[in-house]
Write a protein that binds this ligand. Structure first.
Ligand code: DGJ
Length: 693
């Protein structure tokens, strides 16, 4: 018998094996005493055998093996180069372990295979990273390789995963556990709006702020598969890997992407904070960590393809006056790109629109104290482009494939394609002072292919290496490529093409389960939203953007005096607070009113917070229900200030004290009774600042 453990202050993970077989996770939960007897624990973990069963329970190992009569989905599926099914049986070979890492090596001598599993626990973020590797003595075809398998809690009644669509990312799905499999698979060759690679397994009764939960995220941008399975005996397993059959050629080395897993007994927020911190501090590497996130202006919804230098200069002036610090020139500056039917791949500045190149625009932007960012969609090509006419063989898929937004996908596995893209992007980055790229990806692949994702990562890596000060945003028609794999190469995600503040309010709330505010772009959109046709007041539009990495995307020429002044005020507030908010934890509050979506951003030292209470619909009852805060010190006193008192509508006729003055209350009161806010209309946001006294 062998046992290994990994610990951080929040959790213990114990793996154990019998007779040289692959180990099982036999414990994952609250920290165990360091002197816990792991042999006894292993014995205690054993389950009974009854009628109709085998004489022993097959291991639910970190890579369940079909050849051991495992009664569920195996962790590995492969065939020989000639197509014969291989059923591996691994035996222990070696272990390499320290306090924070565990690396286990197994061998199947008969089939000439090695299986390696690596686990690492980050003591600061509380994230466990687990990854599987397969080596073959001679080429094999891989169908499926799961990252190391974790057992799902026996105390959970349902699991939460995420669906979504264009302009509607991060839609949670709640599925009761029952016998059999819940499978999610993104077969589109990118992470996808439809299947965010995340899963939360809360114990029964767990809420955002209380109870135990397990959570998972798979860091891969090429599409994933998740299997959440309850075996006939009641045990449950979680598998995550690259979407199946995406290794199109036989090979001798394969690996899963990292699976990020965490356990918390401080509610789902405990998991959310772990992911937020891990992304911010361990995954993303900002070129300049001291640089505050700049307020963006993106011209897409103002001008679309209609680039006119004078108009852009006017817009830039107005954006700068509002407080923008980075001006992003979106789609339409290259080739003959007057609409979305042509020119992707022809990455040369359009001389009709910019006869003197981008210099005059960039100089103007710099004179207004903004930096310059630019849009690319490197992996794509329009059939109507010079590059496609020259190299039709560079496009993936059949020539009569269904196009997406009139475009095809370049084969990023081809070195000559990467070389071409590198040269053209590098030419722009070398010729002009660019400090940001919005990297788009607006269609799915004709066939999923892991080599495509590896090619994209390689191009990103090379560009980052050669232009280390350039920040990159991952966009794919909004949130179609959001995962920790792409975030290793980039610095921001475009959460959605919806700039509708109400939609964003909800999406941001859900995305905070995995993403910190510093990487989550959020822009103030046009008064009448272009993707929902909804008209929203400037106050909620501005405050929703101020919850994350703030920016503007409307045409500033449409703004009234009132809108301009609200926007300037909120932007200034964001700038005054962005430094501490960049490191803050986003705590999703358990709102007792389904119409209210609320979060508390709490400074790491606990001395201050801001509460955003968005009223996304009309409440069933008349009065707002008190909102309970989280993670405060019960005996400390907090000064509470309703920041936007002026937003109280005339129909709020009473005199709740917060409308009038700051008040000081204990953490205990704020967490157990909660804050009583004034009445307000739907589609509005209250913003409350709190400071520990
Ligand atoms: C899709 C993106 O999500 C938008 O923000 C914009 O950049 C367009 N592509 C440009 O074509």
């Amino acid at each position: 018998m062998k046992q290994w453990r990994l610990d951080c202050s929040r959790q213990t993970l114990v793996l154990a094996s019998l007779e040289e077989r692959l180990p099982q996770v036999i414990y994952w939960g609250d920290p165990l005493p360091m002197d816990e007897d792991l042999a006894t624990l292993q014995a205690a973990h054993g389950i009974d055998v009854t009628g109709g069963m085998l004489d022993e329970n097959p291991d639910l190992s970190i890579c369940p093996e079909a050849a051991r009569t495992f009664p569920g989905q195996a962790g590995l599926s492969l065939r020989s180069a000639t197509g014969a099914l291989i059923l591996p049986l691994f035996r222990f070979e070696s272990v390499d372990a320290n306090d924070a890492e565990l690396s286990l090596r197994y061998r199947d001598a008969d089939n000439g295979l090695n299986y390696i599993a690596r686990f690492a626990v980050d003591a600061k973020s509380h994230i466990i990273t687990a990854q599987a590797f397969l080596e073959a003595d001679s080429p094999v075809h891989l169908n499926w390789l799961s990252a190391p398998v974790f057992p799902a809690s026996q105390h959970s009644a349902e699991m939460i995963d995420f669906a979504g669509r264009w302009c509607g990312e991060f839609l949670p799905n709640k599925t009761p556990w029952s016998a059999g499999i819940r499978m999610r698979e993104s077969r589109t060759g990118r992470t996808g709006h439809e299947h965010f690679p995340g899963l939360i397994v809360p114990n029964t009764g767990t809420s955002n702020t209380k109870g135990a939960a397990q959570a998972f995220h798979y860091g891969w941008s090429g599409g994933h598969k998740m299997i959440a399975e309850e075996l006939p005996d009641g045990r449950r397993q979680i598998q995550f890997g690259n979407a199946s059959e995406t290794e199109l050629s036989a090979g001798t080395t394969f690996q899963s992407a990292p699976l990020y897993a965490t356990y918390s007994n401080e509610g789902i927020n405990g998991c959310a904070i772990a992911f937020q911190r891990h992304v911010r501090d361990e995954i993303v590497s900002f070129p300049d960590t001291k640089r505050p996130r700049p307020v963006h202006y993106n011209c897409w919804e103002a001008i679309y393809f209609d680039h006119d230098l004078d108009a852009l200069k006017d817009i830039a002036n107005r954006a700068a006056d509002l407080g923008a610090e980075r001006f992003v020139l979106d789609d339409g500056w290259f080739g003959m790109r007057d609409d979305d039917t042509s020119s992707l791949g022809d990455w040369a500045i359009d001389p009709r629109k910019y006869p003197d190149g981008l210099g005059p625009l960039i100089d103007h932007i710099h004179n207004r104290d903004m930096t310059f960012g630019i849009w690319f969609e490197p992996e794509m090509v329009n059939p109507d482009s010079d590059i496609y006419r020259a190299h039709p063989d560079w496009a993936l898929g059949a020539s009569d494939q269904i196009l997406g937004r009139q475009q095809m996908v370049l084969n990023m596995a081809l070195p000559e394609v990467r070389e071409y893209l590198y040269d053209h992007i590098a030419a722009v980055l070398s010729a002009y002072p660019v400090d940001y790229i919005k990297w788009d990806h607006n269609r799915v692949l004709p066939t999923p292919d892991a080599a495509q994702t590896r090619g994209t990562y390689a191009l990103l890596e090379r560009l980052r290496n050669d232009f280390p000060s350039v920040e990159i945003e991952s966009c794919a028609s909004g949130g179609g490529r959001i995962d920790f794999g792409i975030l290793k190469q980039t610095h921001r995600v475009w959460l959605s093409d919806s700039n509708d503040a109400l939609e964003r309010l909800r999406m941001q709330h859900e995305a905070a389960l995995f993403l910190p505010s510093v990487v989550t772009g959020s822009h103030v959109g046009p008064r009448k939203c272009h993707t929902s046709s909804r008209e929203l007041d400037i106050s909620i539009r501005a405050w929703v953007a101020a919850q994350r990495h703030m920016g503007f995307e409307m045409d500033p020429r449409e703004l009234t005096e009132h809108e301009t002044s609200v926007l300037k005020e909120v932007t200034q507030w964001w700038k005054d607070n962005r430094n501490w908010m960049a490191d803050a934890d986003i705590l999703r509050l358990d709102s007792p009113d389904p119409a209210v979506i609320a979060e508390q951003q709490l400074a790491t030292d606990g001395t201050r917070f801001v509460l955003f209470a968005g009223k996304a619909a009309t409440s069933a009852q008349i009065q707002p229900r008190p909102l309970r805060l989280a993670c405060l010190e019960p005996n400390a006193q907090y000064e509470i200030n309703l920041l936007n008192k002026a937003d109280a509508p005339a129909l709020s006729r009473g005199a709740p004290i917060l409308k009038d003055q700051k008040i000081t209350l204990s953490g205990s009161y704020l967490m157990s009774h909660g804050i009583t806010l004034p009445w307000t209309f739907p589609d509005t946001m209250w913003v409350i600042e709190g400071r520990k006294c």
